[in-house]
Design a protein around this ligand. Structure first.
Ligand code: NAD
Length: 477
């Protein structure tokens, strides 16, 4: 009821905000110049208030995510709320260290000197978020942008209106709009935002929109991080522990209803074990979600009817060997296995982004190359195998954002690992300190001593100076 009313006010709220975009940017730019965000204590205070407000809203966050696509509280905790709180704790506990100028070894060529890297916030940052993890993927960049001393305008997705509105309310409660604010709305609002000049743009979403963002950023030479998607393969070779592989694949593929950028998009199973593996997968899906996943409280819905229809369409004329139940009105598609789709079929053309798992088979490394190189560089890559040589060769052979051996998704959970894509799956990376680094320009500073000034570099040049200079470069350069 409470949320229903909030959503009704959404339009007015949005209209007001739209007319304010350039004023918001102006005020954020002006605030940035006051130098207040350069004060680490100020940033820490903001992060602590944000943490308190998020914790106070824990139940409301679960409710909003459930209203948006029936996401369970359990999944909302492990894949959104919990990760956001860990990222906040990490930033709060380490910010002083991260923000301090870092002394680096001086070069003999600049002797005498003390050399440093200063972390400098970019200024006013635009963050555009997707709908699939609508709390995590808006809050995480916001946290690191604020930690790094920027001001932020955040546009969450229009498709998760309950969560996006709640994100907006939390931000408005914690920050004055000259430090951070949200602008709610869809493509028109995003287009309007992208037409402005920013100091940094952080975008999470699809490849086609990523190209639009990159083009808009190029107009002002704005640095950009693009966290995109793609068709992420998962190889299961004939040495893999099939039961464990199936359990982990069913977890990682059907979490969030398969709407995860790093979900395995399709499986490549060694021909000799494929039939057995499909049977084990079926058993595991039933163990997770019962005989009727629609009735399971743990299985979310597709984000909206349009996406459900899209998935129903790509499922047409495929060899469904498990699942395949569709209820457009309920935005429901059951966990589904498709056997041996053609590479040129719709299901294999684009990222699936839903609970449909196509299974292809291979026999040789050449088969793998032919299939995997058929697609752009993926965001994630998974290998289930006990053959260490095969694993190393495969990691080195294929280009991809990041991956896991013998599991799915968990590389997202280690804040010491960079998270990001390559090629069409994105550019730039974040998480943990790397997120702080993403939102910081590294300023090189040399502090020079005055007590000695070797004259070698100064004119008039001479053969003797030149010989010494060459030797110095040879020995120390
Ligand atoms: P999307 O690209 O449709 O939308 C993302 C954001 O861009 C939304 O806020 C939307 O309003 C805005 N947008 C949409 N069309 C636009 C346009 N023409 N101009 C400007 N802005 C526009 O993506 P989505 O459907 O929300 O999310 C799904 C995609 O995101 C998948 O491809 C998935 O792989 C990817 N994704 C990537 C990551 C990652 O971390 N790499 C994480 C989550 C999702």
């Amino acid at each position: 009821m409470r949320f229903g009313r909030l959503v009704q006010t959404n339009f007015l709220y949005l209209k007001k905000k739209l007319s304010d975009i350039s004023k918001i940017i102006e005020s954020q730019n002006a605030f940035f110049r006051t130098q207040k965000t350069k004060d680490v204590n100020f940033r820490l205070q903001l992060l602590k208030s944000l943490k308190a407000e998020i914790i106070a809203n824990e139940e409301a966050i679960y409710t909003a995510l459930h209203k948006d696509f029936k996401k369970s509280e359990f999944e909302s905790f492990i894949s959104e709320f919990g990760l956001v709180i860990s990222e906040l704790n990490l930033a709060i506990n380490n910010l002083r260290k991260w923000a301090k100028p870092k002394r680096v070894k001086a070069s003999i060529l600049t002797f005498p000197s003390s050399d440093y890297i200063y972390k400098e916030p970019y200024g006013t940052v635009l963050v555009i978020g997707p709908w699939n993890y609508p709390f995590l993927l808006t809050m995480e960049p916001l946290i690191m942008a604020i930690a790094a001393g920027n001001t932020v305008v955040l546009k969450p997705s229009e498709l998760t209106e309950h969560t996006s509105l709640l994100v907006s309310k939390i931000i408005d409660k914690v920050f004055s709009s000259e430090i951070a604010t949200t602008v709610l709305g869809g493509i028109d609002v995003a287009t309007e935002l992208l037409a402005q000049r920013w100091d940094y743009i952080f975008f999470t979403g699809s490849v086609p929109v990523g190209k639009i963002v990159a083009k808009a950023a190029a107009k002002h030479l704005t640095p950009v991080t693009l966290e995109l998607g793609g068709k992420s393969p998962c190889i299961i070779d004939d040495t893999a522990n099939l039961k464990l592989a199936a359990t982990r694949i069913v977890w990682g593929k059907f979490l969030n209803g398969g709407q995860t950028c790093i979900a395995a998009d399709y499986l490549l199973v060694h021909k000799s074990i494929k039939a057995d593996f499909i049977e084990i997968l079926k058993t595991e899906i039933t163990r997770f979600y019962g005989n009727n996943p629609k009735a399971s409280r743990d299985f979310p819905r597709i984000i909206n009817k349009r996406n459900t229809e899209r998935l129903a369409k790509i499922l047409k004329d495929t060899n469904v060997v498990f699942g395949g139940e569709i209820d457009i009105n309920d935005s429901y598609i059951s966990p589904t296995i498709v056997d041996s789709p053609r590479l040129d079929s719709p299901i294999m053309s684009d990222e699936i982004f839903g609970p449909i798992l196509p299974i292809l088979s291979y026999e040789t490394d050449k088969d793998l190359e032919e299939i995997i190189w058929n697609f752009e560089k993926p965001l994630a890559f998974y290998i289930f195998s006990k053959n260490k040589r095969f694993v190393e060769n495969t990691i080195n052979k294929f280009e991809f954002g990041g991956g896991v051996i013998n599991d799915l998704l968990i590389h997202f959970g280690n804040h010491r690992l960079p998270f990001g894509g390559v090629g069409h799956s994105g550019m730039g990376a974040y998480h943990g300190k790397l997120g702080f680094d993403t939102f910081s320009h590294e300023k090189a500073i040399i502090k020079r001593g005055n007590w000695i000034d070797p004259p070698i570099r100064y004119a008039p040049y001479s053969n003797k100076k030149f010989t010494i200079l060459k030797k110095m470069f040879k020995w120390f350069g």
